[in-house]
Ligand binder design. Structure first.
Ligand code: ATP
Ligand code: SF4
Length: 318
């Protein structure tokens, strides 16, 4: 299995006045080339921070404190900033939740897509860049003449398509989408997800979806990484995880998801995620875990491989 990106022991901390927040804690995994991988977890589990780390865009007071991120054979964490800037938007792109904050309200959407071609030196001619922007819009299902529209003249779904057009303009090998459909209604959400899947196949990209919605991840992904308290607690092929979740937290998420598990009663996970400035000793999930036993509040579980999955839980370490 060839990977587009490999994370090795990556940790990201925020150095706040009230303490060090361990937002991402020693994450190791491979994203296979050409696959759709979702990072799933509750709010505050570290999903967005991990996505920003992949682009080396963690904002202060955050810092990537350790690990390696190997993208297409390059160690991103040791690249000069100039080289990183070239890669962003060209080889690795990102779309965020709210298109309105990413788009400039007073510039035509075509110009904003054209910027990508100019910034990355595809052309120096604005007319030529606008022609390419028109093609990029058509690729995401928006009529080309809308290059002349301002963001407010488009619907929320169309604005998200504009951002996707800008993100895939240079045919990146990895697209990261951070809750791209949270602000949209269910039907528009499904269409945007269809678009991401189509583009993935057409452009032979890998896609990382960041979402709190395990049902959405289950429907769309080849693989799921479940995050809890900055750790990836389970990672593997989607079918295996949905059919037989190994980690009690994954099971809890699935039991909280309407529809996924047929007629089963929706339960939810009692309690709250820990404060990442001071996470519990041992397994970070132990205060909420229905299956905790002797070692759980003392020793942190190592990662173990179970078939084609990795899981971090004492149920599988002994
Ligand atoms: P959400 O879905 O709410 O965005 P998430 O799973 O993406 O959550 P992150 O946003 O990565 O999680 O946050 C992980 C942890 O890092 C949280 O405890 C959060 O409070 C903390 N954090 C995130 N950004 C900052 C920041 N700029 N300064 C300090 N702490 C931060
Ligand atoms: Fe539950 Fe223990 Fe597994 Fe943590 S290590 S998830 S507390 S059984």
């Amino acid at each position: 299995m060839e990977s587009v990106v490999r994370l090795e022991d990556v940790s990201v901390h925020y150095y706040t006045f009230t303490g060090v927040v361990k937002a991402v804690d020693r994450v190791t995994l491979d994203i296979p080339r050409g696959e759709f991988v979702s990072f799933v977890g509750e709010s505050g589990s570290g999903k967005s921070t991990l996505a920003l780390a992949l682009l080396r865009l963690v904002p202060p007071p955050g810092r990537i404190v350790s690990g390696r991120i190997v993208f297409n054979g390059m160690d991103l964490l040791s690249l000069p900033e100039q080289k990183m800037r070239e890669l962003r938007g060209k080889s690795i792109s990102m779309v965020f939740q709210d298109p309105m904050t990413s788009l400039d309200p007073v510039r035509k959407v075509g110009e904003q897509i054209a910027d990508v071609y100019i910034e990355h030196g595809v052309t120096t001619d604005m007319e030529e860049a606008l022609k390419l922007a028109r093609e990029a819009l058509e690729m995401v299902g928006i009529p080309g003449d809308r290059v002349n529209y301002y963001p407010h003249q488009l619907s929320g779904g169309q604005r998200q398509r504009v951002l996707i057009a800008a993100a895939v303009a240079l045919k990146p090998s990895l697209l990261i989408a951070d809750e791209p459909t949270t602000a949209l209604d269910v039907i528009v959400q499904a269409k945007i997800m269809d678009l991401l899947e189509d583009l993935m196949k057409e452009l032979k990209m890998s896609v990382i979806l960041i979402t709190h919605d395990i049902a959405l991840a289950a429907e769309r992904s080849d693989r799921i990484a479940v995050m809890y308290a900055g750790r990836v607690v389970e990672y593997g092929p989607v079918d295996a995880i949905i059919e037989n979740p190994l980690h009690p937290y994954t099971r809890g998420l699935l039991e909280s998801a309407p529809d996924l598990w047929g007629e089963k009663r929706i339960k939810g996970i009692p309690g709250n995620p820990p404060d990442l400035r001071n996470p519990p000793r041992g397994c970070p999930f132990h205060p909420r875990c229905p299956r905790r036993f002797d070692p759980c509040d003392k020793d942190e579980p190592e990662y173990v491989k179970v078939d084609d999955r990795i899981v971090s839980c004492h149920l599988y370490t002994r």
